[in-house]
Ligand binder design. Structure first.
Ligand SMILES: NC(=O)c1ccc[n+]([C@@H]2O[C@H](COP(=O)([O-])OP(=O)(O)OC[C@H]3O[C@@H](n4cnc5c(N)ncnc54)[C@H](O)[C@@H]3O)[C@@H](O)[C@H]2O)c1
Length: 161
């Protein structure tokens, strides 16, 4: 299959590593849907993509957002061949665990672990049709945590299992 027929979905694609993945895949001829919570930067990137990129504002921790993301992906692309679960709260530092609020712990789990679960859950039926693939962005901290990074390490450990 010609790569220009193939469609990839990249989460957290507006900035950082995800942005690089979006741009690389587009250079390779893929049509790329990407999502992010940073709507302004996402829309600016999509506008520079001359029709090859589609941006969908999404919080991957929210299932209604993820359902809308997959619906928009299929409407725009007609198929789905690859998912890159990249979106995450990438700063691992949350301070001493005795000061870590349940809210901050939970938000990291929701974004970094539940997010990839939700995207995978709603993408798999379409990936089965195309015999596509999923890439999960984990971290060395999945295997070896460090002080004050317990929440982040837990999410990456979960993701890599
Ligand atoms: N940077 C590193 O050294 C490093 C090392 C190992 C793993 N990683 C992992 O790689 C991925 C990307 O890291 P990065 O350094 O590019 O981070 P980054 O902060 O530069 O980019 C993350 C992107 O995800 C988006 N995002 C955050 N929460 C979101 C949500 N709820 N829904 C949708 N989008 C959301 C952000 O807006 C941002 O555009 C992360 O999963 C991170 O844990 C990074």
């Amino acid at each position: 299959m010609n790569q220009s027929d193939q469609v990839a979905l990249v989460t957290g694609g507006a900035k950082g590593i995800g942005r690089g993945i979006v741009q690389y895949l587009a250079q390779q001829g893929w049509r790329v849907v990407f999502c992010d919570t940073d709507t302004q930067v996402g829309e600016e990137l999509a506008q520079a993509g001359s029709g090859q990129l589609k941006f969908v504002p999404t919080d991957v921790a929210r299932e209604p957002d993820v359902e809308r993301l997959l619906q928009a992906t299929l409407e725009w692309g007609g198929r789905l061949d690859a998912v890159i679960n990249n979106a995450g709260i990438a700063n691992p530092e949350t301070g001493p665990i005795e000061n870590l609020s349940l809210e901050d712990w939970q938000r990291r789990l929701d974004v970094n672990l539940t997010g990839p679960f939700l995207v995978t859950k709603h993408a798999v039926p379409h990936l089965k049709k195309s015999r596509g693939a999923i890439v999960n962005m984990a971290s060395t901290r999945a295997l070896q945590s460090e002080p004050d990074t317990e929440a982040y390490a837990a999410t990456k450990g979960g993701l890599s299992r």
